[in-house]
Design a protein around this ligand. Structure first.
Ligand SMILES: O=c1ccn([C@@H]2O[C@H](COP(=O)(O)OP(=O)(O)O[C@H]3O[C@@H](CO)[C@H](O)[C@H]3O)[C@@H](O)[C@H]2O)c(=O)[nH]1
Ligand SMILES: [Mn+2]
Length: 370
């Protein structure tokens, strides 16, 4: 009967070309809310924290599950580049995936509704964003010209209307916005939701982030072309034993954007929205973010000043050049950046080990096929 049910359901887009990566420290009951949208995709679950803890995964999902023991077993000494006790561990899922696309989502994110009350299939919107071109070189004032009902506006050069390949689709959040701790502390009650003037909160737009402009990439609701930009999607070393937290995705976003600009690829932000249900503790977050709030005032000018040499023709080469520059330019800000630069190189070595044709296959001992 189940087979008949599946055969009757429409095959979702990129069903066999996309993995969903979830970092977690808890049971994944949230998947029940996403079942209509996720159950035909393969999940890669990266269990953080105590590997002896069993997490419950609802029946009917096709997944592979990795805990810290698996990460250490698969990467050996190179496991040092994967964060422990921080959601940054999710990037291990990007590395072991064999698919062209990745969607990553937090386990406290649920299906949101658009202003008409319709449930948002966030994954489908991300896929549309990734499969349609970007406009990094010339801003279209009607936002995404490739969306139904939109187009290029007058004065947009026809020679540029083919657009660029889209490497990243950055989604947003209703209810709990991704604020830093100081902002959270001064706006404890603010919700990005229908209680306020909903039309101000739900912006029905997808836009390309212009070339040469950095952005704060949030890992909560994010999709990307893994074959294109995967090697640069290293979520910086945070968590246990590190002097900084909650800048993992920010670090990845700055590296990714500099490399996408160099390669001529686009990064989009906007739709889809998810419903972010849980605000993490602002005081705990302040401790994690403290150094980052200082260091980003040095890091941003550094990334803005980076020019990658034309000899860097692959993402791996770009990333290794970035690691070299991080050590040279940011190492004097704090020794942490020397360590981060080393782990950036380790990440690329581990990526190559698992993903080059002769690379080793990562075997997930815990996993369930439907
Ligand atoms: O030690 C940990 C803590 C959590 N996780 C998993 O990671 C995600 C996010 O956790 P949570 O929702 O509690 O934290 P947020 O502050 O909302 O996360 C956002 O901030 C950034 C953190 O870098 C990031 O952009 C967002 O994720 C959940 O799935 C937890 O289960 C973990 O793996 N390890
Ligand atoms: Mn959260």
């Amino acid at each position: 009967m189940a087979q008949l049910y599946y055969s009757m359901k429409p095959t979702p887009m990129l069903k066999d070309e996309l993995d969903i990566v979830i970092p977690t420290i808890r049971n994944l009951d949230f998947l029940e809310r996403w079942r209509p949208f996720f159950e035909q995709y393969h999940l890669i679950i990266v269990q953080d924290g105590d590997p002896s803890k069993a997490i419950k995964i609802p029946e009917g999902f096709d997944y592979e599950l990795y805990n810290r023991n698996d990460i250490n077993r698969i990467l050996g000494s190179k496991a040092s580049c994967i964060s422990f006790k921080d959601s940054a561990c999710r990037c291990f899922g990007y590395m072991v995936s064999k698919k062209k696309y990745i969607y990553t989502i937090d386990d406290d994110c649920f299906v949101a509704k658009d202003p008409s009350g319709k449930e948002i299939n966030a994954l489908e919107q991300h896929i549309k964003n990734l499969l349609s071109p970007s406009t990094p070189d010339f801003f279209n004032t009607l936002y995404d010209p490739y969306r139904d009902g939109a187009d290029f506006v007058r004065g947009y050069p026809f020679s540029m209307r083919e657009g660029a390949i889209t490497a990243v689709s950055h989604g947003l959040w209703l209810n709990i916005p991704d604020y830093d701790a100081p902002t959270q502390l001064v706006k404890p009650l603010e919700r990005n939701s229908r209680k306020f003037d909903f039309s101000l909160r739900y912006v029905d737009a997808v836009m390309t982030i212009p070339k040469g402009t950095l952005f704060p990439m949030c890992g909560m609701n994010l999709a990307f072309d893994r074959e294109l930009i995967g090697p640069a999607m290293y979520f910086g070393l945070m968590g246990d034993g590190q002097p900084i937290g909650r800048y993992d995705d920010m670090w990845a976003g700055w590296c990714v954007k500099v490399i996408c600009d160099h390669m001529g690829w686009g990064v989009k932000t906007g739709l889809p929205y998810i419903w972010h249900s849980k605000a993490s503790n602002p005081f705990v977050n302040l401790k994690k973010e403290y150094n980052g709030i200082f260091w980003q005032e040095e890091a941003i000018p550094f990334f803005q000043s980076v020019t990658l040499p034309k000899e860097c023709t692959s993402v791996q080469q770009c990333y290794l050049e970035l690691a070299r520059l991080v050590k040279e330019k940011l190492g004097k800000v704090d020794p942490y950046f020397n360590k981060l630069a080393v782990e950036m190189v380790t990440w690329i070595e581990a990526w190559e080990e698992l993903n080059s044709p002769k690379g080793t296959e990562a075997k997930a001992p815990n996993g369930k096929k439907k």
